[in-house]
Ligand binder design. Structure first.
Ligand SMILES: Nc1ncnc2c1ncn2[C@@H]1O[C@H](COP(=O)(O)OP(=O)(O)OP(=O)(O)O)[C@@H](O)[C@H]1O
Ligand SMILES: [Mg+2]
Length: 229
């Protein structure tokens, strides 16, 4: 069974009298444990597609299913729960809270969900270990390098132990060496922890960390191919 199933999805945006038809008849099926790389020219609809896959946005027509559940059938609170528990997002700009330290940035989703510190202490320690930043837990983002900040954003996406992780240009702001290390971390998260990953990237090198390549051009899927490691 696919973990994500996209069927005949279209997404249009209305700007005044103009309609921009951004995604056109998209069909993709993603299996559990896959690592999918989405590439294509700027403005082609990659981020729009990623948001639809993660339930942050809704298609104009067509359906997105996660674990065989059509997201359009969910009530707001059910969709919220799914977004919190089933999926994690890492964006290009790390979106960390500047005056919270590493620990608190990572635990933020759990605090918002009303969990107490004692409940998530072990989870926090495990996430810090995965990103290799146990010694930096009390520092704030401004005391960290770009790569370290991105690691914190990754840990924050992992705290709820989501089965699916969405990455939008996760290494776009990093130098190539740091970027490569971050990609190796995602490969571990995919292989050791069995997480399904869907990444949008402009980097051909980053794309090769995936198992499947989707080319999206002008709102349409141009090709879907396997990547041989
Ligand atoms: N909320 C919105 N309202 C109107 N138009 C939008 C909206 N979101 C995206 N678009 C349009 O959809 C098109 C695709 O945008 P999208 O962000 O998905 O591109 P992208 O492939 O991620 O590009 P990039 O590589 O530059 O990040 C753009 O032309 C954009 O203007
Ligand atoms: Mg984008």
């Amino acid at each position: 069974m696919s973990i994500i199933e996209v069927t005949n999805v279209n997404r249009s945006f209305q700007n005044g009298k103009e309609t921009a038809h951004v995604l056109k008849d998209i069909n993709i099926s993603i299996e559990k444990g896959e690592f999918v790389s989405i590439m294509g020219p700027s403005g082609g609809g990659k981020s729009t597609l990623l948001y639809l896959l993660g339930g942050l946005d809704k298609p104009s027509t067509g359906s997105v299913k996660i674990n065989n559940v059509d997201l359009s059938t969910l009530k707001d609170n059910e969709l919220c729960k799914l977004r919190n528990e089933e999926v994690g997002f890492v964006f290009q700009f790390y979106n960390l809270v500047p005056n919270l330290n590493v620990e608190d940035n990572i635990s933020l989703p759990l605090m918002i969900a009303g969990k107490s510190r004692s409940e998530y202490k072990d989870k926090l320690d495990e996430c810090l270990k995965i990103i290799g930043m146990e010694d930096k837990r009390k520092l704030t983002p401004r005391e960290l390098s770009g790569g370290q900040q991105q690691r914190v954003a990754i840990a924050r996406a992992l705290v709820f132990e989501p089965n699916i992780i969405f990455l939008d240009e996760p290494i776009g702001n990093l130098d190539s060496k740091t970027g490569l290390r971050i990609m190796e971390l995602f490969r571990d998260i995919n292989q050791k922890y069995g997480k399904t990953i869907v990444q949008v990237t402009h980097s051909a090198e980053a794309a090769t960390f995936g198992t499947k390549l989707v080319k999206l051009v002008d709102g349409q899927i141009q090709s879907i191919s396997d990547i041989h490691q």
